[in-house]
Design a protein around this ligand. Structure first.
Ligand code: BMA
Length: 328
């Protein structure tokens, strides 16, 4: 019997590493950033910034070491454009960045928040200054999406989280051209009952491609009498058939513990949309929003996450009441 839980991620001692007070223009909060390493080794965070109307836009912050000395764009980098894109009426949220070598561009999947609710929208950029919008690719209610970095069997693949109230599961959909999406498949269901990931789950950052499969860090939402608890867990999916779940961790691996994670606009939330992986191919810098207020950093290892899954995994049975068409 273990006498304590293993900790896969270590919080940085400078947490939170980015907060509203550092912003060059007035904002309410900054959280849930997408992340990538630029070719020169700079860490780029595309941060979700909320203003005092309650609406969000994106602002880029760059740092040589990914920890401090952030160069923050002195005005919003990417604003919602509700005149041309009505689905962005109430803002843009939670960007997830994937570098796409075939296109030599970065894909950004984000939540466009409009009258019908949150929808998944796609855009591309080469420089994080100009953004080419493809518009909504998964209509409301849908969010928590990322594009896989290359085609699978000739098809592009998007992981996303449609809501079938009150439950919400993780799905994957395919496209030949990035515009037309179909072949929707259930990837992983929310558990039921008392579990930490009962009722609602969603992709957190884009999955990590490893020799053993797509390693997914996902969030589970536990609804309690005192409000929701957002925590992170792990699962592994087949490289060539990513809708096939190979392993799913039982316990959560990271949850709100520190005061900056427990208190803020929405307390008890750790929510990650991005990471960078160091040149060693193993060290993961996980960037995450804390309490929908600021940004924090925790460091982990791909190898340790895979080893942990070896010991903490169950192979999930697909619940046929939810996914009658799921193939074995
Ligand atoms: C989720 C998303 C996140 C947010 C979290 C906690 O549904 O909207 O952007 O951080 O709720 O409020």
């Amino acid at each position: 019997m273990r006498d304590q839980y293993s900790e896969l991620f270590q919080r940085h001692k400078l947490n939170p590493i980015l907060a509203a007070a550092q912003w060059p223009y007035p904002i309410n909060s900054v959280f849930n950033p997408g992340a990538t390493l630029l070719p020169d080794g700079t860490t780029l965070l595309l941060c979700r910034v909320e203003d005092r109307r309650g609406l969000s836009h994106f602002c880029a912050a760059r740092s040589a070491n990914g920890v401090d000395q952030w160069q923050i764009d002195d005005q919003p980098t990417w604003l919602p454009d509700p005149k041309r894109y009505p689905e962005e009426l109430w803002g843009i949220e939670d960007p997830r960045i994937t570098h796409i070598p075939e296109l030599n561009k970065y894909a950004i999947l984000y939540t466009a928040f409009g009258r019908d609710g949150p929808a998944v929208a796609l855009a591309f950029t080469e420089n994080f200054q100009q953004f080419e919008r493809f518009g909504v690719i998964m209509p409301a209610d849908d969010k928590d999406a990322a594009l896989l970095p290359h085609r699978i069997n000739g098809q592009w693949a998007v992981i996303h989280r449609p809501v079938s109230d009150p439950r919400a599961h993780i799905w994957i959909s395919y496209s030949p051209d990035l515009h037309h999406w179909g072949a929707h498949r259930l990837m992983m269901e929310a558990r039921r009952g008392a579990w930490w990931d009962a009722t609602k789950i969603g992709l957190s950052p884009p999955p990590i491609e490893t020799s053993q499969g797509w390693l997914m860090i996902y969030h589970g939402v536990r609804q309690t009498a005192a409000g929701c608890l957002y925590r992170l867990g792990l699962a592994l999916f087949d490289l060539k058939d990513p809708e096939r779940c190979l392993k799913r961790g039982d316990e959560w691996i990271f949850g709100p513990e520190e005061p900056y994670e427990m208190h803020g606009d929405v307390g008890n939330v750790v929510f990650s949309c991005g990471y960078t992986i160091a040149p060693d191919g193993d060290t993961v810098h996980l960037y995450y929003g804390v309490a929908d207020t600021s940004i924090a950093l925790a460091t982990g290892s791909v190898r340790s996450m895979l080893e942990w899954l070896e010991e903490h995994s169950e192979i999930p049975a697909i619940d046929r009441r939810v996914a009658t068409h799921h193939k074995e």
